[in-house]
Design a protein around this ligand. Structure first.
Ligand code: XIL
Length: 370
């Protein structure tokens, strides 16, 4: 073949690949490898955001609730639950035959202060807080028994150095609060998958802490299906090698690994930003928001390459990695427009603000077609 026909043939192949990926959904591309999902807001699961809802139905086979099952949303006051949004979330998942995730039962954030206090605002004792945790888990998990298939039982219990975070849960109940939460969840729905979920598990010290925690839970006979690695990543890191090592080492404890909150931040790192601590707030500055008018092509391509690299690792570990969930559907809905700096224009997902597939979408689908 002369050079021109080689070029023509190569163009034809890449055009075919583009057409194939345009027609393939994420869930079909990774069928048999792992489930692919997204975190949803009420506009999407109540179908007021018709475009968002349509993307979810076409592309994903598992969903997570971005906020509606967090303690402050579902159980805002001691004597009242707010189940309507969570009911709508679960009904949407059932209508569309999706694997429905619950997020999250026990966390130090988005949990009202009253949870840790008695009626006189004095700190609760161990037994009273355990009782409250038990009631909450029994009520929430029990309500969706057999409908929500997997729960993030405990979220972010570890510090970056791998020690247990000094949360109110730990201070009042003690180290065993994690095992207790898993026991209560298992009691409320024995068939549900139960997960420990955290960020920065590529950091060796934190990962060591997670591995010790999982081994301890298993040694105590606690039912734990998977560890959730959030993967709020950036263009710079973690590297594919670090993600690969983290998955291998976490899986060596005998649990599955789920990628639970994937996004890739292309914006400049705000000061003190590392991991995904939702309480971090950084003041807005123009230099922290460089792409308000649009994403430059080179950054768009860098994002696609980075997504391909990470999905290459997930693909290698398919079977061990049983789910990959994006934290949002389109760039316009991403929490990264408001964290850790409010009001930025962020581009961390596979669908743009118009709901169109970005080059990163094709790059991800291509990983499964190799
Ligand atoms: C975020 C939501 O996306 C935001 O809407 C909310 O304001 C704060 O929480 N780790 C988690 C998620 O486990 O629950 C967080 O979600 C993102 C970081």
């Amino acid at each position: 073949m002369d050079r021109n026909s080689i070029v023509r043939a190569a163009l034809a192949v890449s055009a075919m690949a583009a057409i194939a990926s345009a027609q393939t959904s994420l869930k079909d591309a990774f069928q048999g490898a792992f489930r692919v999902g997204a975190a949803l807001n009420p506009g999407q699961f109540e179908e007021r955001d018709a475009r968002g809802a349509a993307i979810v139905k076409t592309q994903f086979n598992t969903i997570s609730p971005e906020n509606v099952l967090k303690w402050e949303s579902v159980h805002p006051r001691a004597d009242s639950f707010n189940f309507a949004p969570a009911d709508h979330y679960v009904e949407f998942g059932e209508r569309n035959h999706m694997f429905i995730i619950g997020h999250t039962l026990v966390w130090h954030n988005q949990t009202p202060r009253w949870v840790f206090q008695d009626e006189n605002a004095a700190p609760l004792g161990r037994d009273a807080l355990l009782q409250r945790m038990h009631d909450h888990i029994r009520t929430v998990v029990g309500r969706y028994k057999g409908r929500i298939s997997g729960w993030d039982v405990v979220n972010e219990a570890l510090n970056d150095d791998g020690t247990l975070r000094q949360s109110q849960w730990l201070k009042i109940i003690g180290d065993d609060y994690i095992a207790q939460a898993f026991r209560f969840a298992h009691e409320a729905d024995p068939a549900a998958e139960l997960y420990y979920n955290d960020y920065s598990l590529e950091n060796p010290a934190k990962r060591k802490g997670a591995i010790e925690l999982i081994r301890k839970l298993k040694a105590e006979g606690v039912s734990i299906t998977a560890v959730g690695s959030q993967e709020h990543d950036s263009l710079r890191g973690p590297s594919a090698e670090e993600v690969d090592a983290a998955i291998s080492e976490l899986a060596a404890t005998g649990v599955k690994v789920n990628i639970t909150e994937l996004d890739i931040d292309v914006l400049p790192r705000a000061s003190r930003q590392a991991g995904a601590d939702v309480s971090l707030k950084v003041d807005a500055q123009a230099k922290l928001n460089p792409y308000a008018a649009g994403l430059p092509e080179d950054v768009q391509q860098a994002l696609a390459k980075r997504y391909a690299e990470l999905f290459g690792v997930f693909w290698k570990h398919r079977g061990t990695v049983t789910r990959v969930t994006f934290w949002g559907v389109t760039d316009g809905n991403s929490w990264l427009n408001n964290w850790p700096v409010a009001g930025r224009t962020s581009y961390p997902l596979l669908f743009d603000r118009k709901g169109e597939k970005k080059p990163a979408f094709d790059a991800v689908v291509a990983v499964a077609q190799k």
